[in-house]
Write a protein that binds this ligand. Structure first.
Ligand code: CA
Length: 374
């Protein structure tokens, strides 16, 4: 959508709402939601562009963009039609943020850590090494003040963020060299983006930012010795079990990565309340679907990987994890030192995490210790 058209829609909506609200019966006039938008249903039709950072039809992550568009269309009784573009189809994958910010697209779908170059604080809404899992970070965002901070960070870019899925605890990655001590990271070339890339560099590794489409070839040819990705379901589709010897766990670097939708803020603010609520509801439905999809399929795909290949499943040694945890603390300190907004977001994240983790030790962890699958 061109910026001019977008402004026209925004102004048009406000105009329509003003006229309609003056027509509602006297006893209904006080019925407005907290954002002040009158809850008046009009037949106005919206046609939006949704740009994703994923290849078209990418399993789970691309599928959810299509489902989200379908659900919003159904919930709005056809008033909103969303056309979904995979990465590179309307704009290059990593230009989705700018495209929605400027209004050339209306909605984006990606992962908050992609935008660390825009605002370093964004990464804390995705995942933090040794940080919170899917359940804990959703609690922080939904009920612990996290979402207000996320909205504050994105508002500067004329965007409104929404939860759009979580991967659950990821796997530690695919290795062609064993990790028996922290020294085994020395000289290891591993695909590891984001903050965790800096962590393994402290251990002497070379963190590579290999794009998803090139990982398989690079691992096969020895350009990299190891890679992280997601978990058994998605990793199986990438085929890593055919070319790697060891599959390590746990994914200390991404204990539960949130995915996102982001909507042009001027557009969102111009919507009538019912459509805003539909968008809020569609994001939570999408969030649940993505987490459910990963959790439902990871177990069976792990069995498939082990049955169809010679891959050895291995746990990172305790000493390695505790050293990586130390390096993580240093990395976070460095990340927040020069950016007050990152410091503010991380302080909220960390305070919530500390309390939540104490509770989880008595509940989730204690319960998991009793679990014994037959
Ligand atoms: Ca990952």
């Amino acid at each position: 959508m061109k910026r001019k058209d977008f402004l026209k829609i925004g102004l048009g909506t406000l105009g329509a709402a003003t006229i309609a609200s003056s027509c509602v019966p006297e006893d209904n006039q006080g019925y407005t939601e907290s954002n002040g938008a009158p809850n008046v249903i009009s037949n106005r039709k919206y046609r939006w562009k949704l740009v994703t950072t994923w290849p078209p039809k990418f399993p789970v992550l691309g599928e959810i963009a299509d489902l989200y568009a379908k659900w919003i269309n159904e919930m709005s009784g056809g008033r909103i039609e969303i056309k979904v573009y995979g990465g590179g189809e309307f704009v290059p994958a990593l230009e989705a943020f700018d495209a929605v910010s400027s209004g050339s697209a209306d909605i984006g779908c990606g992962g908050p850590y992609y935008w660390v170059g825009k605002s370093p604080a964004a990464q804390f809404f995705a995942s933090v090494p040794f940080g919170m899992n899917a359940q804990q970070s959703a609690a922080w965002l939904i009920s612990g003040g996290g979402m207000e901070l996320w909205r504050e960070v994105y508002a500067k870019f004329n965007l409104v963020p929404f939860l759009g899925g979580n991967t659950g605890v990821q796997m530690g990655g695919w290795f062609n060299r064993e990790i028996n001590s922290i020294d085994d990271y020395k000289g290891l070339k591993m695909r590891m983006p984001g903050m965790a890339g800096k962590v393994i560099e402290k251990a002497g590794a070379a963190a590579m930012l290999t794009p998803g489409s090139e990982i398989y070839t690079n691992l096969e040819r020895g350009v990299i010795d190891a890679t992280e990705w997601v978990g058994p379901y998605h990793d199986y589709k990438m085929g890593f079990h055919k070319i790697a010897k060891y599959y390590y766990y746990p994914g200390w670097h991404e204990p539960g990565t949130n995915l996102e939708f982001f909507v042009n803020k001027k557009l969102y603010d111009s919507l009538p309340t019912d459509l805003q609520t539909i968008m809020d509801a569609a994001s939570l439905k999408a969030h649940s679907w993505v987490l459910g999809e990963f959790e439902a399929k990871n177990g069976s795909y792990l069995e498939k990987i082990l049955a169809e290949s010679d891959v050895q499943l291995k746990a990172f040694p305790k000493e390695v994890l505790s050293k990586l945890r130390e390096y993580t603390k240093e990395t976070i300190e460095e990340a927040i030192a020069n950016d007050p907004l990152s410091k503010k977001v991380y302080t909220s994240y960390n305070n919530f995490a500390k309390q939540s983790q104490k509770w989880s030790i008595l509940t989730e962890k204690a319960f998991y210790n009793t679990v014994q699958p037959d």
